[in-house]
Design a protein around this ligand. Structure first.
Ligand code: SF4
Ligand code: SF4
Length: 442
């Protein structure tokens, strides 16, 4: 079986983003394979752990993928400040005599945005509305490469490494079976230190906000990498829970200073995205049409709303609102083929993570010392059938079936984009519905 098929069968999806099926990405040829090891979201520590503790599998996955996509170069883009991790990578690359380079990424946010990483490594701007392959690059991340290596050994994706941070008694990195309830993840970190809290699912800039009420029933998927507990009255909760009406109303206070555009990472690599113009469109209730299609270029990094705007407005959410209207009208972004040139001054407008952490009011949780790594054993898991971009998987087991860890329980519908799902523990299937498969140990 070739690597693409092994990766498809193993259910590997992009572990750090939206969960794009990896076998589709591998079915391409590119000049560069770039591994995004920036861990650019504030507070997160998961990729750093993996670079130290799973180095051989990481380099193994990179070499397999490099050969698969016929890349001339494989480059790990990692911040120089991660000195221990860089030392581990260099030692393993030398020991394995692997043709893999390390690119010293500057410490800025969002260094790990796919298109920023491509620009930093190659100097090439991905065309607006395009993908890295348009400029000869395939980009993946640390955990995905480890999963590719395991897929080559016939090991499907069944577990996830997750950082549990913030207001927990014992901040730590854990490895859990897919389908582990969030509540059990918090318990593995000693429980919360406060009773009234919310959870950031992912990073503070691009992650989702989960209230305590929403917690029951939420379980770990292939794309989870961190749960950060913060007080329910934290600034980030207030911002995340603004209604669309509040966002649009506040947009009327825009003073057109242009800071959001001047610091927008996508604008800075040359894309025609001008968030201040989108604010104007909303402020003056313009009819949303083709002339606003640049809103579709926003990657949702949040620099504009969390760092740039002096008025506390959310250009990111306004872009989302406009993009929704454009999609309703069937308007897509089509690049006109013109040359994309990075803006002058880009180097000086990069956002320093320490200042970002301060603005997010997260200083208390920055660089939290971690307790010992823990492998969490679960007696019951609820495994989502949708952990990826594309169609939901269809259950191939029924209540009452006995399953072993690694056994296929959800398959991609015929002819559709999707991903395979596997049992993450040994046990008996106790429930199957359209959303999930529940397995309990006997
Ligand atoms: S969220 Fe804001 S800063 Fe980020 S890409 Fe979108 S408009 Fe630019
Ligand atoms: S930074 Fe804020 S106030 Fe300035 S143009 Fe952008 S949205 Fe308006």
């Amino acid at each position: 079986m070739d690597l693409v098929e092994l990766v498809r069968q193993a259910g590997v999806v992009g572990a750090g983003g939206a969960g794009f099926p990896t076998h589709v990405k591998l079915n391409a040829e590119a000049e560069y394979l770039i591994i995004n090891a920036a861990e650019c979201e504030p507070l997160l520590q998961t990729d750093q752990f993996l670079m130290r503790e799973r180095t051989a599998e990481l380099i193994g996955g990179i070499l397999l993928t490099k050969a698969q996509v016929k890349a001339r170069k494989a480059v790990i883009a990692v911040k120089g400040k991660y000195a221990r991790e860089v030392a581990c990578l260099k030692e393993t690359i030398a020991r394995l005599e692997a043709d893999v380079e390390i690119h010293d990424l500057q410490n800025f946010y969002p260094a790990g945005d796919e298109q920023m990483t491509v620009f930093e490594v190659t100097g090439r701007s991905v065309p607006p509305g395009g993908i890295p392959l348009n400029v000869g690059c395939v980009v993946s991340n640390v955990m995905t490469m480890i999963n590719v290596f395991e897929a080559s050994q016939n090991q499907p994706v069944t577990d996830k490494y997750v950082s549990i941070l913030g207001e927990v008694k014992e901040p730590r990195l854990i490895r859990v079976p897919l389908g582990t309830p969030f509540e059990d993840c918090l318990a593995a970190a000693g429980g919360t230190t406060i009773s009234d809290y919310c959870i950031i699912r992912g990073g503070p800039m691009m992650g989702g906000m989960v209230s305590k009420d929403q917690l029951p029933g939420m379980t770990i998927t292939k794309t989870d990498g961190a749960l950060i507990v913060i007080p329910a009255d934290h600034y980030l909760v207030t911002r995340a829970t603004e209604t669309e009406a509040q966002v649009l109303n506040r947009a009327k206070t825009c003073i057109q200073c242009g800071f959001c555009t001047e610091q927008c990472p996508r604008y800075l690599i040359g894309h025609p995205l001008h968030p201040h113009k989108m604010m104007k469109a909303v402020k003056y209730a313009e009819e949303i049409n083709e002339s606003h299609k640049e809103a579709l270029l926003c990657c949702g990094c949040g620099v504009c709303e969390m760092y740039s705007c002096p008025m506390g407005i959310s250009p990111r959410k306004v872009n989302l609102y406009i993009a929704g209207k454009l999609r309703e009208k069937g308007i897509r972004y089509q690049h006109d083929g013109s040359e994309i040139i990075a803006r002058d001054g880009r180097e000086f407008r990069k956002v320093p993570p320490t200042r970002l952490v301060s603005r997010l009011d997260l200083n208390d949780y920055d660089h939290q010392p971690l307790h010992e790594f823990r492998e969490v054993i679960m007696d019951k898991v609820s495994i989502s059938l949708r952990q990826h971009i594309g169609a939901s998987s269809e259950a191939v087991v029924s209540a009452g079936d006995t399953v072993v860890k690694g056994q296929l329980i959800g398959a991609t519908p015929e002819g559709q984009l999707g991903s395979m799902i596997h049992a993450s523990i040994n046990g008996q299937v106790v429930e199957v519905n359209e959303r999930q498969v529940v397995i309990a140990r006997g």
